[in-house]
Design a protein around this ligand. Structure first.
Ligand code: AMP
Ligand code: ZN
Length: 402
């Protein structure tokens, strides 16, 4: 055990088996949810052990046991699946990638990071965000007849439960808390804050959580609206959704926000209809990538499920090829490259059709699929690949955003 800093100590825990780079990165990312005492777990260079950094007042044995169980659970994942590439594009812009685009956009005065996973933006950043969204909406309307709609940002726990969210991503949920409907509790809160220097939160017993949540996946609010509908022919729906995921200490610039926007497309109908719609949506994604002139790949992927369900679900997703991801390279602050998952294309089988009683022409539960484009990640990717010089941008984009 080493002394890292006055407040952190670290211990090395052997992994049950050697892991690959992908799994190592998942282990590190999800490690913020292991214990309030654990700052982070980092996989060692040998990929056979991990180092847990914990607060110096941590009950060592208890926290070590938790970290060991977490590492054992995560290590059960099967890796080495063949990746299937659906499409690949190379940009025509020959300029170099912009290192740390987040910082450059903030310096230009177009981006304000509040520091807790929410951002404000204006000028070319806002215009680009709107253009990405509008272009995707235009392609979906043209090719899939998906009219624009609107859905709320609040979602009730019953809907999330039906969507299986508590079972797959329990760590990412945000419950909305409200003041108790109690005259004295409300007055106590008011008085405490009326003359305090900073915000004083009410005691936990004066806050109730009744099951309203902030929506964590754009497509969920769509399914309750289709309940009981018999879809004789397949239908497509599209909208700009506001999405919230509690990412804890993983938040980082435009790429990992607590609150972000997703251009969503949902297709509902027979199995054939959803497969055809997926094909058409891939064409839309291809045109979008070309419109913004981006290096990008679309390939098979898996969701970052919570540790205990991760192995089985990821295996299933890989084997069935039900999730594809749009991967777009960006430059890190030191100039090295990494890929950002800027969107996903998913087939759900009849999972939502069954849960929400959506019926197809054959009176069986309908099949569904969805495409979610993370708008802020697309913005970051575009600025990372084309920089701040308008001349490097495709003309059709340049004239709209600068
Ligand atoms: P998913 O439904 O998990 O595939 O998410 C849809 C898209 O939302 C992803 O492909 C990302 O582009 C984007 N996204 C997911 N999580 C975040 C986040 N924390 N911050 C910003 N964008 C995100
Ligand atoms: Zn979706």
């Amino acid at each position: 055990m080493n002394e890292m800093s006055p407040s952190l100590v670290d211990i090395v825990i052997p992994l049950p088996k050697t892991v690959d780079a992908d799994l190592a990165s998942d282990i590190e990312k999800e490690s913020v949810f292991v214990s309030p005492y654990i700052e982070r777990i980092v996989v060692e260079d040998d990929f056979a052990s991990a180092r847990a950094f914990m607060k110096s007042d941590a009950p060592l044995e208890e926290v070590k046991d938790k970290a060991t169980r977490y590492l054992e659970t995560m290590s059960k994942q099967v890796s080495g699946f063949d990746v299937k590439v659906y499409l690949e594009n190379e940009r025509s812009d020959q300029g170099s990638y912009l290192a740390d685009a987040n910082l450059a956009l903030a310096d230009a005065g177009w981006l304000h990071d509040y520091g807790k996973g929410q951002v404000a933006y204006s000028g070319p950043v806002l215009k680009l965000a709107r253009l990405i969204d509008a272009k995707a909406a235009e392609f979906y309307l043209e090719r899939l007849d998906a009219e624009d709609g609107h859905f709320p940002a609040l979602v009730d726990a019953e809907t999330l439960h039906k969507c299986g969210y508590f079972d797959s991503h329990p760590n990412a949920v945000t419950f909305v808390g409200n003041m108790l409907e109690d005259f004295d509790a409300i007055e106590e809160f008011r008085v405490a804050n009326s003359c305090s220097e900073g915000a004083l939160l009410p005691p936990q017993e004066h806050v109730h959580v009744d099951g309203m949540c902030l929506n964590p996946a754009a497509c969920f609010p769509c399914y309750p609206t289709l309940k009981g509908r018999v879809l004789e022919k397949g239908s497509c729906f599209s909208w700009l959704g506001r999405v919230f995921r509690y990412e804890s200490r993983n938040i980082s610039g435009l790429e990992r926000l607590y609150e972000f926007n997703v251009r969503e497309l949902v297709f509902v109908g027979s199995e054939t209809f959803t497969h055809e719609s997926r094909e058409k949506s891939l064409e839309c994604v291809k045109d979008l990538i070309q419109f913004f002139d981006l290096d990008a790949v679309v390939q098979t992927a898996t969701d970052p499920f919570f540790a205990t369900v991760s192995a089985a679900r990821k295996f299933w997703q890989q084997a069935q090829e039900v999730k594809n991801e749009i991967l777009i390279p960006v430059a890190r602050a030191d100039g090295s490259r990494k890929v950002l998952a800027c969107g996903s294309i998913n087939l759900h089988g009849n999972f939502f059709g069954t849960r929400f009683e959506i019926v197809g022409a054959d009176r069986e539960p309908a099949n569904t699929g969805c495409v979610g484009l993370g708008i802020e990640r697309w913005v970051l990717a575009c600025f990372s690949q084309h920089g701040l010089d308008p001349d490097r941008w495709p003309a059709a984009v340049r004239e709209r955003i600068f």
